[in-house]
Design a protein around this ligand. Sequence first.
Ligand code: NAD
Length: 273
Amino acid sequence: MLDLSGKVAFVTGAGSVGDDPDATVWGNGKATAVLLARQGAKVYGVDLRQDAADVTKAIIEKEGGVCSTRAVDMTNAADVEAAVADSISQFGGIDILVNNVGGSAPGSAVSMTEEVWDTQIDHNLKTAFLGCKYVIPVMEKQGKGSIINIASIAGLSMSADRAHIAYSTTKLGLFAFSKSIAVTHAKQGIRCNTVVPGLMHTALVEHRLAKTIGANDLQGLIDRRNAQCPTGKMGNAWDIAHAVLFLASDEAGYVSATELVVDGALTASRSSD
Ligand SMILES: NC(=O)c1ccc[n+]([C@@H]2O[C@H](COP(=O)([O-])OP(=O)(O)OC[C@H]3O[C@@H](n4cnc5c(N)ncnc54)[C@H](O)[C@@H]3O)[C@@H](O)[C@H]2O)c1
């Protein structure tokens, strides 16, 4: 079940903020890269920071898996094109593409600067666009491939007290982006789906949000985020990794152009009063 032996996975943002090798709380891309390798895939992990990607590589290799890494800015077309070519020269093809790079910046339509808006579009949409632009031709030649784009429930429901308009807009944009790819390339054996994380306890919470919105009170922030979830607990990066694994696998062979929301019922629970 969910065996990825013989497959190659190209994972973007395969490192994680807070790249301490002994860290136990990981980002979504890091957990995804490790899980896909555990299931037998050879992983080509790219990250803006080579060090962060290499922490993931060391974990995979320690477990007996295969991983190659490269420093890549997923907003830079030449970088992405070169990484895809390198991945093919090392592993012979790409069966799975996980477009995981992304992140939020605070601001409303009024308070957000034009520069932050543009950067958010690049960070959350252009990264997935460039991943697909260079990997889809490889998948077309192979006659098969599975693409998974990582969105967020921030595209489905808005926080009343903390706007991040560009993040919400771009993450919902990924739904249409995935559907367009799925429909356009269905006849070439390519599937494309979106995983939609809810509130997750990832490295981001520990290393960035604790400072930016948590007033340096990490436990207070964790407690507040847990309390918002119907289960009483945030999810974690493994929950996202397992959703990606299913969509990447042959068992999901007839699943395309859809969204898999991984939020412990959070979106459904939000009051419309
Ligand atoms: N953490 C959450 O609670 C949460 C919730 C909803 C959605 N998500 C989404 O999950 C994805 C991963 O989030 P995370 O918090 O696990 O990740 P993260 O912040 O730990 O980042 C993962 C990696 O991406 C790398 N990266 C950043 N910009 C890059 C670029 N231009 N090119 C290449 N690599 C780059 C970083 O160096 C980092 O190592 C994002 O798309 C995010 O929007 C996260």
